[in-house]
Design a protein around this ligand. Structure first.
Ligand SMILES: [Mn+2]
Length: 323
């Protein structure tokens, strides 16, 4: 930690980047780190490849986030947050490799340890929890925008304080964030208060797609591009839907197969899919994802695959038999 703080203090222009298809933790950590470094007098570029999902657009500083790799110029240091692997930042990975100092801050067990400096805490509830410590060490005061961004990261990565990564320390940090001005009711209303009609129709299709394995231990939900088109929704509208499959009684593992819009060159029935895995805690889904070249946490992981839907489904059913 000390060496990282020293390095940040010595830097002039700093890139802060998080993973493609960002979740609340990636966005909250990105904004908090970026704003804190700005308060410390640094020139900062905040980068995320993907569009910011609507629920997070209320966060202060969100308009400063740039989405094109060309906007990353002249940085002497890069802080890459919530990425198990540098390639998780997307297209900008090669540009980041050329930046002289790369700092890797993360809480994924599967982090490969890329970069010149690493701050990896698999026990942390969220990357935002680690960023909170970094900001304290930097000696920057917790402004309302910074506290709100960090609170958003922790709230979303702990499933609103329901997941196993929620600890005493989680609440200690949140106590400090709320003391600094984060407003739990306000954040919750932005994140969970409203659904578009399209999203509700998509949820209907998602629920209807659920299948249960023969032994009753695995649930499978599948969403196609056609369903998004039919309901006028975008991929970010799928966020959180897997939790319905996970909450079915006696289910140990929930799987969501989501057809991606692009990536690869579809041949025949082959399509690019993203497969998300959620566990109730008895099964290590990060290990399963790793066998497909993916990663994540023991209770939440994922991988990409280009195949036919029937093909990946039969692999999942074979997996279910081993549970
Ligand atoms: Mn995270």
């Amino acid at each position: 930690m000390k060496r990282i703080i020293d390095k940040l203090s010595d830097s002039r222009r700093i890139l802060v980047a998080t993973h493609v298809n960002p979740d609340g933790d990636a966005i909250g950590s990105l904004l908090a780190m970026g704003m804190a470094l700005e308060s410390a007098g640094k020139d900062v570029v905040m980068y995320n490849e993907s569009p910011i999902p609507t629920p997070y657009r209320f966060l202060y500083g969100i308009d400063q986030v740039v989405h094109h790799p060309e906007e990353i110029t002249q940085c002497d240091t890069a802080v890459v947050i919530d990425c198990g692997d540098l390639d998780r930042v997307g297209e900008a990975a090669d540009i980041i490799r050329q930046i002289s100092v790369v700092i890797n801050i993360d809480h994924h067990v599967t982090n490969v340890g890329f970069g010149d400096y690493q701050l990896i805490k698999p026990g942390a509830c969220a990357s935002a929890g680690i960023i909170y410590e970094v900001i304290k060490q930097l000696g920057v005061s917790l402004t309302v925008p910074i506290a709100t961004a960090l609170y958003t990261g922790i709230l979303t990565d702990t499933g609103s304080f329901r997941f196993g990564n929620t600890s005493k320390n989680t609440f200690s940090i949140c106590e400090a964030l709320v003391a600094a001005g984060a407003n739990p009711a306000d954040v919750a209303s932005h994140l969970y208060g409203q659904y578009s009609i399209g999203r509700l129709k998509l949820l209907n299709k998602a629920l209807d797609s659920i299948e249960i394995s023969r032994n009753g231990k695995l649930s499978l939900m599948a969403l196609t591009q056609q369903m998004l088109r039919d309901t006028g929704t975008v991929p970010e509208d799928i966020d959180g839907m897997i939790n319905y499959a996970r909450r079915i009684e006696n289910i140990d593992v929930a799987v969501l197969i989501r057809e991606k819009r692009n990536g690869g060159s579809p041949t025949g029935n082959n399509r690019p899919y993203h497969v998300s895995l959620r566990s109730n805690g008895t099964v290590d889904v990060a290990a399963i994802a790793a066998t497909y070249g993916g990663g994540g946490h023991a209770s939440a992981a994922g991988f990409q695959v280009e195949t036919a839907l029937s093909e990946i489904k039969s692999k999942i059913w074979a997996l279910a038999d081993t549970l």
